[in-house]
Design a protein around this ligand. Structure first.
Ligand code: THU
Length: 130
């Protein structure tokens, strides 16, 4: 199964009764294995989580820490780009050239690099002193 197919498929499992906006994310890790996640909302709204967060959690739980490529899909008028928090989550496990492809259910696509999505990103190097 390819990344897009994985994202499309997992999106169907999204739990989004409050927003009605289902999102699917799939990550190809350094090993080539694919990890997928969907948004999981909660009656206590701030407790909901994004699709990207679910895919990243699955990757880390499987023992991997490097994202080679990512796809995000939603039924939106234009390709949905990851929220600010998810850009930071992706950046934790990706280099600046990692490509994120954003897709709509009707087939529109847009690809951006991690660096384009999160320029001047905060990272662990900022916490190092002299
Ligand atoms: N959402 C994601 O899962 N990923 C994104 O990149 C954008 C937003 C979810 C969160 C919430 O469940 C719903 O979309 C509406 O914001």
């Amino acid at each position: 199964m390819d990344l897009l197919e994985a994202a499309k498929r997992v999106r169907e499992n999204a739990h989004a009764p409050y927003s009605g906006f289902k999102v699917g994310a799939a990550i190809r890790a350094a090993s080539g294995r694919i990890y997928a996640g969907c948004n999981v909302e909660n009656a206590s709204y701030p407790e909901g989580s994004c699709a990207e967060a679910g895919a990243i959690a699955a990757m880390v739980a499987a023992g991997e820490t490097r994202i080679a490529e990512a796809v995000v899909i939603a039924d939106s008028p234009q390709p949905v780009s990851p929220c600010g928090g998810c850009r930071q989550r992706l950046a934790e496990f990706a280099g600046p050239q990692m490509r994120v492809t954003m897709v709509t259910l009707d087939g529109q696509r847009r690809t951006a690099t991690m660096e384009e999505l999160l320029p001047f990103a905060f990272g662990q190097d900022h916490m190092k002193r002299g």
